[in-house]
Write a new protein. Structure first.
Length: 343
């Protein structure tokens, strides 16, 4: 008689609903997908999902709940499952999409997506997700709020410039716009103050921020964003995984002599991480001779400034990760080891 040795619930998460697929593996290595259902992405839906899963699975074998990191829509479910002592694995989206391409799935729907996630969980040995430290979650909320305010402020400043450039500017409109900009500036200052207080409240975070900020061009906001978006690198096991998580990994399409696409970054990752690395990369090129040489060499080779800049972004992010993991501050000779990395 066949014995079940692994059970996985693949969950395709959307804003309003959860499409799930149950899968199991037998001791004969045979895999089977056998249960499908849709639940609301609400507290009540989570309760129903857990109850349904328990009814259809064996009690003596743990169920691994696997889902993609879909913005923020997966977070409430992940927290709920961990609070109920369930095993959870959160996977970077491009890993699932690349895996799905290897399957015989022709039509992409929510159901087939959940099937691919379930099969992925059965085939791979996945790391378990743990709830991040509360300090990382709070910092992430603040850095994302600030990012939104900065974006809005830029739009309003452009509006102010346009208003002033008119033939007959409306003084009242200009006054109101200036007040909105002043309010947003105050909000940004208040957020930075909160971030500083949060960093000071945790010794581990303080130490990692200090290490990250020892790199030329990396400031408090950048370091805090990196740590918050990666939960202090708790779920990152390698530099390659980190660049993939950030969407800074290079993808290239090439087949024979007839098909040769230009290499480009995937952007299938955390956009907040990518955005956080833009300004530091510009600064590190100015202040670090090694990075300047890498940038110049790539620029001469390819003639594309953005390509060289992205390479510096990727190397800087990897350097933050390596130094924090090794608990070592920046050494200007250290980055030379990164110069030979693929671009």
């Amino acid at each position: 008689m066949k014995k079940v040795i692994k059970q996985v619930l693949g969950i395709d998460v959307a804003q309003l609903e959860l499409v799930v697929c149950l899968g199991r593996m037998y001791d004969t290595s045979q895999k089977e997908l056998y249960g499908y259902k849709t639940f609301a992405n609400t507290a009540k839906g989570f309760e129903l999902l857990l109850s349904w899963t328990r009814k259809l699975t064996q009690k003596d074998v743990d169920v691994l709940y696997v889902m993609e990191a879909t913005g923020v829509y997966h977070e409430r479910l992940a927290y709920f499952l961990k609070d109920h002592d369930q095993l959870v694995s959160i996977v970077v989206p491009n890993k699932i999409s690349n895996y799905a391409k290897s399957l015989t799935i022709k039509t992409v729907t929510d159901k087939t997506a959940s099937e691919a996630i379930s099969q992925f969980g059965l085939d791979r040995m996945l790391d378990q997700w743990e709830k991040p430290l509360p300090v990382y979650k709070k910092i992430k909320q603040l850095t994302r709020e600030r990012d939104q305010i900065v974006t809005e402020c830029t739009l309003i400043k452009n509006q102010l410039h346009a208003e002033k450039s008119e033939a007959e500017p409306n003084k009242n409109s200009i006054s109101r716009i200036k007040k909105r900009i002043e309010l947003m500036d105050k909000q940004q200052s208040a957020i930075m103050l909160e971030i500083k207080e949060l960093v000071k409240s945790n010794q581990k975070v303080t130490e990692m921020i200090t290490i990250a900020c020892s790199i030329p061009g990396v400031g408090l906001l950048t370091a805090a964003t990196i740590l918050a978006e990666t939960s202090g690198f708790d779920l990152i096991n390698s530099r390659r995984q980190l660049t993939s998580f950030a969407g800074l990994d290079v993808k290239e399409k090439q087949s024979g002599k007839s098909i040769k696409g230009k290499p480009k970054i995937s952007k299938s990752g955390n956009r907040y991480l990518r955005k956080a690395m833009h300004m530091p990369s510009l600064s590190i090129i100015r202040h670090d001779e090694n990075s300047k040489n890498v940038f110049s060499r790539i620029l001469v080779r390819h003639g594309i400034k953005m390509k060289a800049l992205v390479a510096i972004q990727r190397k800087t992010l990897e350097l933050v990760y390596t130094l924090c993991k090794n608990k070592t501050k920046y050494d200007k000779e250290y980055i030379k080891g990164f110069e030979t990395a693929n671009v």
